[in-house]
Each structure stands twice: as C-alpha cells, then as structure tokens.
Design a protein around this ligand. Sequence first.
Ligand SMILES: [Zn+2]
Length: 299
Amino acid sequence: MTDHPARRLLLVHAHPDDESINNGATMAKYAAEGAQVTLVTCTLGEEGEVIPPSLAHLAADRDDTLGPYRRGELDAAMKELGVTDHRLLGGPGRFRDSGMMGAEQNHRPGAFWAADVDDAAGHLVEVIRSVRPQVLVTYDPDGGYGHPDHVQTHRVAMRAADLAADPAYRAGSGAPHRIAKIYWNRVPRTVAEEGFARLRATAPDAFPGIAAIDDVPGVVDDSRVTAQIDGAAHAAAKSAAMRAHVTQIAVDGPFFALSNDLGQPVFTTEYYELVRGDSGAPQGVREDDLFAGVAGAER
Ligand SMILES: [Zn+2]
C-alpha cells in the first residue's frame, strides 16, 4: 500500500465526455500535482447522438459502433488531462448505455439502467479497495439531470462506497477501505446564470440555440455548494479534452454545445457539494481543495 501516491481521487461517470464537461479542470489540476486520478466510466455511451455528419454512421441505429469509437475519444481526452488511470466499469462492454429515460433501450439486456445495483457496485468495490481513494466524486441522486445512466451511476457509486468499507463484504478480496470524503457535482445557480448571460452578450449566434439553465446538470442554490476548484490554469486542457469527444461536443471558445445544438458555458472553476465526510474549511467557507482535512493528503 506504500506505493500509492499520497492523494487519490476517484471519479465515477456514466458516459465518456461527462468527466471532461464536469471535472476536466479538476482532473487536470490534480493529475498535474501528482495525485492519483482514477476515472471509472460505467458505459461507452453507445446510444449517444453523433454530431459530425461524417461520423453519423457510427450511431446505434446504423453501424452501432459508437461505443468503441467513444472509447478512443475517451483515451484522447485523458491524454489531454494527463490522466493515465481510466477504467470501464466491469470491463469494456459490460454495461451498455441505456438511452434517454423512457426509451425502450432502458430495459434491453446489458443496459446499465437494468443492471442490479449491487452487482454493478461489486465491480467498483474492486477498484476502490485497490486504489484506496480518499475522495470520490459522482452525481447527485437525480444524476444531475435525470438521465437513467447518470441516476444509476449515483446509486452504484454510493453503494460501492458503503460496500468497500464493510469488512463483511467479500472478505478476503482486498482490505476494506472507507472513502473519507464524497462529493456530488454541482453548479451554483448564480454561476450558471452569469455564464448564460455572458453567452447571450458575447456569442449569441455561436450555436443554433441556447440551452436553459436547467439543462445544465447539478445546478443548485449557491448555498449548497461547499467546494470550488479553480481550474483556470487548466482551462486549455479541459477545452482540449472536451474537443476530443468529437462525436458528442462542439466547443467554441468558452462555450460548447452537445448534439442538441444548444450553447452553454464551459466552467473552468468546478463546483462540488460535500455529502459525506468533514469539510476541511471553516464553517460557511467553501473548500478550495477536495483533499482538505484528509490526514496525510493535505498540501
Ligand atoms: Zn452522460
């Protein structure tokens, strides 16, 4: 266990691209500082829509080769962020993208939404007991915006955190490990409002339309946000990582759009809500380091 870096951050996401959009600057910052940054992606996003017309044939209703293609995009994005430890939950193809809520794909065999939470969590327990992260980042119970794979990612990540710490769970397969701090991805409502105001003022025609604030995952009242990571120094890496997800994201300067063509701001300061563990900042003050207060992991 002594060969682990002092600081170890685990992020659990639903699809390739979610990590770069939500946490790209945070991942680049901690990787650059020598922390171990581990990304677990639960599906390959096989049901995603494809933005470039030249790649439209990859889609699930045509060649159905978007998953392997997005795996390549994820590899490229991780190179941009300097993250070397990225894994697919249960191995490539173990869990498939479930499509949007209510789609018939929700219930097809192998769909992540149809997976047994404890079964899926078991794969993540292996990672947790091996990597032994002090900090876990994932989504809130709504998955940030209700996508079934994001909701399921939340359930699996939270369940795995509990099981990994339980000495009775799969005793003998890795020492139990308790994650000191768990965060959910957030965006403070005023920050989102300012971002959209900037988009309307400076680049109203950058995309065919402009998204609504509630299209942004994880938007909450500012008071719920307990940590903010200033990623300004890593804005270029975040932007490059987002651009690497060619089939999913169109980036234009400080703004981007998904396949719905609706512009939204890229946030280079990234925000979090601490939901388990003790804050390392005084009451009422946002943490500026996800490892704050973790014994042996503070800077
Ligand atoms: Zn997603």
